[in-house]
Design a protein around this ligand. Structure first.
Ligand SMILES: *Cc1c(COP(=O)(O)O)cnc(C)c1O
Length: 467
């Protein structure tokens, strides 16, 4: 009797949130409809609102008895989502935008519904197997050796940190003693996440001077390494596509210098690595296959939804030694052949976040990726012609991969900022200023195949009059 009663009470509790019922079907229809409409229709650009405005519009959403799915989803559609900027809008050219394929987005819904723990082979075998095929495609593009293996992480930031953690661990083990301060060597234009990794790891950064072209070259790497008899510099970090200007370091000579001095070579290709699949850009990456670790973000230019970065290791065993967590409750019931992504970076629980990328790649094939990346490259290169017929704007430097830096003579930083703000308010574009060698300029980063030359012309035309 008492057991029956307890079961019934428990069942009622569970059925309040868990369990399939008509409400679930209604929400499934609403979510599907929203998803499909968003894909079919014009994407609104959107824009932020203040915390006070959002509180006034949405009210108290966390209540004792709940709002119900219909009301909560309406809040999302009508108030919350419009208060974000759509990263996949064709005139979103700031930071590095995001342009997931429809198939990747839809598959992401299925992935979320599948409750896969992607940390270890014992629970996630099928998903991890597929992720590994997608990682293999990236390793092959980079011409890394067959033993190369990788994992998908949440972003380039944590991938850079994990790679450098592995590099330092390997250096410490091979030399036995530690220098008073560990250091890494990088170029002038390395991404801010490298600085963050250095702060987290409490190490110092040495910046090798460029020859004025803002690229890292082997010569300057070698001259810094020759001056480091203690080998306190454990890694050389090269950029293959800087975020600010799309510049690819001279990877061949940097790799040769790193090898000659037996240092780890980490290549940060979070943004630019996608262009390895584009014949028109590929030559710029010569030497990338020599890297000991390599980062490419599929959520940037490989059309995957947030958030996913690929981290590849030439010698994955070193990453496993540096990262595996050991505890009685974690021991895998497995033979050593199995690949446990959790053991190779700073994480444990993980979503099989590489699967939407894999699904889209498996669906469309690699040629479609080549075509899409080439398309964005050619749209970006068109900026050159567009500015020639618009005397009120100038190209600051040659288009680097798919990044164009635009000067509007006569404008100062405040004018650029005003224009940018107004362009967003008018829902014309999301384009923000950056700096190039101390000068404020506008930056277009084109990774969305839906962005057209006409979109760029519209934005350049809007730069004609003062804001
Ligand atoms: C975006 C970017 C990063 C950081 O990647 P997240 O995915 O944003 O964490 C690192 N390096 C480069 C070159 C980038 O473009």
């Amino acid at each position: 009797m008492a057991d029956d009663l307890q079961d019934t009470q428990q069942q009622q509790l569970e059925l309040a949130m868990h369990g399939y019922n008509t409400g679930v079907q209604g929400l499934a229809d609403a979510v599907t409809q929203y998803t499909v409409e968003r894909m079919r229709g014009d994407r609104a650009l959107g824009g932020p609102r203040s915390e006070a405005a959002l509180t006034a519009a949405a009210g108290q959403t966390i209540t004792e008895t709940g709002l119900g799915a219909e009301a909560a989803f309406r809040l999302f559609k009508e108030i919350l989502q419009p208060a974000t900027i759509a990263s996949d809008h064709p005139r979103h050219l700031s930071y590095v935008p995001n342009a997931p394929t429809e198939s990747a987005v839809l598959f992401d819904l299925a992935l979320g519904a599948s409750a896969i723990f992607g940390g270890g082979w014992d629970e996630g075998a099928g998903a991890i197997w597929a992720e590994n095929q997608a990682l293999r495609w990236l390793a092959d593009l980079a011409e890394m050796p067959a033993a190369t293996r990788g994992i998908f992480l949440s972003g380039g930031t944590i991938a850079n940190l994990s790679a450098l953690t592995t590099a330092r661990d390997a250096a410490a083990r091979s030399r036995g003693a530690r220098p008073p301060r560990w250091r890494i060597l990088t170029g002038e234009e390395a991404h801010s996440s490298i600085d963050l990794a250095a702060r987290v790891m409490d190490i110092d950064i040495v910046r090798a001077p460029s020859r004025g072209d803002r690229r890292l070259h082997g010569e300057s790497v070698a001259s810094v390494l020759r001056d480091d008899p203690e080998a306190s510099i454990f890694a050389v970090v090269a950029s293959a596509g800087t975020t600010n200007a799309g510049i690819v370091d001279d990877l061949s000579s940097v790799a040769a210098a790193a090898q000659a001095h037996q240092r780890w070579l980490h290549v940060d290709a979070a943004y630019g690595g996608a262009a390895l699949c584009a014949p028109s850009a590929r030559a710029q990456f010569a030497g990338i296959g020599e890297s000991d670790s390599l980062v490419i973000d599929p959520h940037k230019w490989l059309f995957a939804p947030y958030d996913v970065a690929a981290l590849l290791y030439r010698n994955p065993t070193l990453a496993g030694i540096a990262h595996a967590q050991h505890a009685s409750y974690l021991e895998h019931q497995l033979d050593e052949e199995d690949w446990n992504p959790s053991d190779y970076a700073i994480h444990l629980t993980r979503r099989a976040r590489g699967l939407p990328f894999w699904f889209s790649l498996a669906t469309h094939g690699t040629k479609a990726y080549t075509a899409a990346v080439e398309h964005t490259l050619s749209v970006a290169r068109h900026v050159e012609q567009l500015v020639q017929t618009r005397p009120w704007v100038q190209l600051v430097r040659p288009v680097g991969l798919s990044v164009a830096l635009i000067r509007r003579p006569g404008w100062d930083a405040a004018a650029y900022a005003r224009w940018s703000q107004k362009a967003l308010e008018a829902q014309l574009a999301f384009v923000i200023p950056t700096e190039w060698q101390g000068e404020p300029v506008l930056r277009f980063c084109i990774v969305n195949p839906r962005t057209t030359v006409a979109d760029l012309a519209t934005i350049l035309d809007a730069l004609r009059s003062d804001p």
